[in-house]
Design a protein around this ligand. Structure first.
Ligand SMILES: Nc1ncnc2c1ncn2[C@@H]1O[C@H](COP(=O)(O)OP(=O)(O)O)[C@@H](O)[C@H]1O
Ligand SMILES: [Mg+2]
Length: 317
C-alpha cells in the first residue's frame, strides 16, 4: 500500500496577543496515511486537529515541518484540490442558494462538466438523504442537513483522498450511522479517508488505524485492534442461577469475584485460566453458562491512560 499522505514534524504556534508568548498548538507531529485506509484523527477539543487538517489542505501553514501529498506528485494547489475532497468543520454556505445550486457552483469551481455535476449531485444528494431538499434554500437547512450537504460537496468530484473534519458532529445517531456507511462505501470503492472526531466510539468501529492527539502532540497511533486488542481487562461470565457465597467458595471461586444481577450471577475472572476452571466448577454445580466474554479496554480508556502518562508535558512551551 502506497503512502498517500505524509506529515513530518509539523509545528505551529498562534500569536497569543501583545507581549504574550505565542501558543504552541502543534508540536513535532508526524504520521502517514496509506492508500485505501480509513484513518481516524482523535483528540479532545483544542487538541489541534482542525489546525492539522487546514495545513494538509494548504489553508494554513506550519512554522516547521512538511506535508507530502500523493508522493509529491502534485503540481499546485489546484491539483491538490482536484484530488482531495475536503469537508471543513463548520461548512459555511451561501445561504440563499439551494442545496442543488450550491453543488452546481462547487462542480463549476472544480472544473466539472455541467452534465457530470448534475448526475453526481443527484447521486450524492440521494446518498446523504437530501434528495427532497435539493430545491430548498440552505438557509432553511438544519445543522444535520448542512453537515450532509458538506459531505456531498466533498465527494462531488470523486476524489481519491477524502479529508473530513468532524463529519459526525451535529448528527443524531441515525445520521452518524449513515455517515459511517458512506465512509465504508468510500473504502470499498478504493478511496482513502482521513477524518477527525472527538467522539471515540465513532472511530472505534470504523477505522483501520487511529492517531490520537493531545495538546498538539501525538500520544498514540496504531491499528484499532492492536491498541485495544492486547489488553483484556477480565473475562465476564454470566451464569444462572445465583449461587450463595458458601457454594461459590466450596466450588473454588472467590465469592468477591461475583455479584447477583437479578436472577443471574455475574463473575469477573482475571484470566482465561480462571475462567475455564470456574466454568468447569459451575457446570458441576448444575449452573448454566449464559455467556463468557473477554472485556477489553476501549479507545477512551486507552486515550485517558496515554494522556495520563504524557499529560504533564503540555504542548505549550
Ligand atoms: N486562528 C487561530 N488563532 C489563534 N489560535 C487558534 C487559531 N485556530 C486555532 N487556535 C487554537 O489552537 C488550538 C487548537 O485548535 P484546533 O486545531 O481547532 O483544535 P481541534 O480541532 O482539535 O479542536 C486551540 O487552542 C485553538 O484555540
Ligand atoms: Mg476542530
Amino acid at each position: 500500500m502506497g503512502r498517500i499522505l505524509a506529515i513530518e514534524g509539523l509545528t505551529k504556534s498562534y500569536p497569543a496577543g501583545f507581549w504574550r508568548k505565542p501558543v504552541r498548538v502543534l508540536s513535532d507531529l508526524s504520521f502517514e496515511v496509506c492508500r485505501n485506509e480509513i484513518v481516524g484523527f482523535l483528540g479532545p477539543n483544542g487538541a489541534g486537529k482542525t489546525t492539522t487538517i487546514k495545513i494538509m489542505n494548504r489553508l494554513a501553514f506550519p512554522d516547521a515541518g512538511k506535508v507530502t501529498l500523493f508522493g509529491g506528485q502534485v503540481r499546485d494547489g489546484a491539483d491538490v484540490r482536484r484530488r482531495i475532497g475536503f469537508m471543513p468543520e463548520q461548512p459555511y454556505f451561501y445561504e440563499y442558494l439551494t442545496g442543488g445550486e450550491f453543488l452546481r457552483l462547487c462542480g463549476q469551481l472544480c472544473g466539472m462538466s455541467r452534465a457530470d455535476t448534475e448526475s453526481r449531485s443527484s447521486e450524492l444528494l440521494a446518498r446523504v438523504g437530501l434528495s427532497g431538499a435539493r430545491g430548498t434554500a440552505i438557509r432553511k437547512y438544519s445543522k444535520g442537513m448542512m453537515q450532509r450537504l458538506g459531505l456531498a460537496q466533498a465527494l462531488l468530484h470523486d476524489p481519491e483522498l477524502v479529508i473530513l473534519d468532524e463529519p459526525m458532529s451535529g448528527l443524531d445517531p441515525m445520521g452518524r450511522m449513515e455517515v459511517r456507511g458512506i465512509i465504508r462505501d468510500l473504502k470499498a470503492a478504493g478511496k482513502t479517508v482521513f477524518f477527525s472526531s472527538h467522539i471515540l466510539s465513532d472511530v472505534e468501529v470504523l477505522c483501520d488505524r487511529v492517531i490520537m492527539l493531545h495538546k498538539g502532540r501525538k500520544v498514540a497511533e496504531g491499528r484499532v485492534e492492536e491498541l485495544i486488542g492486547a489488553e483484556t481487562l477480565y473475562i465476564e461470565l454470566v451464569v444462572s442461577p445465583v449461587l450463595t457465597h458458601d457454594r461459590l467458595a466450596a466450588a473454588g471461586i472467590p465469592p468477591e469475584a461475583g455479584y447477583a444481577h437479578g436472577d443471574l450471577l455475574v463473575l469477573r475472572a482475571p484470566g482465561s485460566e480462571e475462567a475455564n476452571r470456574w466454568m468447569a466448577s459451575l457446570l458441576r454445580e448444575g449452573c448454566t453458562i449464559i455467556s463468557c466474554v473477554p472485556v477489553k479496554k476501549n479507545l477512551e480508556e486507552i486515550f485517558m491512560e496515554r494522556i495520563g502518562s504524557s499529560g504533564a508535558t503540555g504542548a505549550a512551551s
